[in-house]
Ligand binder design. Structure first.
Ligand code: BTN
Length: 281
């Protein structure tokens, strides 16, 4: 693992390897904003979230970004693995130090889902939807995911590591069989390769903007946009968490980001975590 915050330590790239992201150019493009100062870049890492957490514990500033070309231990929600092949996709983590109550920390994930859906729509207009709480889908297949990991005490959030993985130039025939059944990439959807640096810049600017709105006006300002991307509004769904299952018709989210379901007795149920599975297509 070699950290390049300047772009000058790319010597460990072999001549026959594909070109990585240009760190210096990205830093220049991000200079006027809040994110990416510093920007830690790795050709390979265990997990960008784990590294960002170490930086956070060591006192790194809000806006620190960790980007890697590949991850050997990429993590998804609920202990799943995140497939992270080199030079095809984006894997990044942003360190945030939001002034939020711990009960509202999940709003960071929802805020990022809006920015991520916006970024995807710039390449595949009108096609991105959000599967609560944090998957970006195109059609029925997953294109991107968010893993937010927070450090809190009873009163406040110390920091949130906002981890994002997006399948950009990941050809279906290069995906393991079991991933191919559930996942897609922008290349598959649009048949056009994506310039990863441009996507990353647009995404970081978008998250910065949405984060600013969350800070200024609270999640209520972003909720209608989240709802407009919500994949399964009005559909009967099952939500599974450990050994608990909730079934009902999905209504949307409330101000805290909980999924609101109307159960078979007409009673509203709030669900704070779990996997949502549609019961009809
Ligand atoms: C999910 O959908 O389950 C969340 C996937 C999040 C993957 C990203 S890739 C960058 C960051 N580092 C990780 O180890 N995971 C997140």
């Amino acid at each position: 693992m070699s950290d390049s915050t300047t772009g000058s330590s790319l010597q460990d790239f072999k001549a026959d390897e594909p070109a990585g992201l240009d760190v210096a150019r990205m830093q220049h493009a991000l200079a006027g904003g809040r994110f990416g100062k510093p920007l830690h870049y790795f050709r390979e890492i265990g997990s960008t979230n784990s590294h960002a957490r170490e930086l956070a514990e060591a006192g790194a500033a809000e806006g620190t970004v960790v980007v890697a070309e590949s991850q050997s231990q990429g993590r998804g929600r609920l202990g799943r693995r995140w497939e992270s092949p080199a030079f095809k996709n984006l894997y990044l983590s942003i360190l945030l130090r939001p002034k939020l109550l711990p009960a509202h920390a999940a709003q960071i994930t929802l805020m990022a889902a809006v920015a991520l859906a916006d970024a995807v729509n710039a390449y595949a207009p009108g096609q991105a939807t959000i599967k609560w709480p944090n998957d970006i889908l195109i059609g029925k297949k997953k294109l991107a995911g968010i893993l937010s990991e927070a450090s809190c005490d009873a009163e406040r959030v110390h920091y949130v590591i906002l981890g994002v993985g997006i399948n950009l130039n990941y050809a279906a025939d290069a995906m393991p069989e079991e991933i191919r059944r559930r996942a897609t990439s922008l290349l598959e959807v649009t048949s056009k390769p994506v310039h990863r640096e441009s996507f990353l810049q647009g995404l970081l600017r978008g998250i910065e903007r949405c984060y600013g709105e969350l800070e200024q006006a609270g999640f209520a300002a972003l909720a209608p946009r989240w709802q407009s991307y919500f994949a399964w509004r009005g559909q009967r769904v099952r939500v599974e968490l450990l050994d608990q299952t909730t079934i009902g018709t999905a209504k949307g989210i409330d101000r805290d980001g909980a999924l609101v379901l109307v159960d078979d007795h007409g009673i509203e149920q709030r669900v704070l975590a779990g996997d949502v599975i549609p019961l009809e297509s």
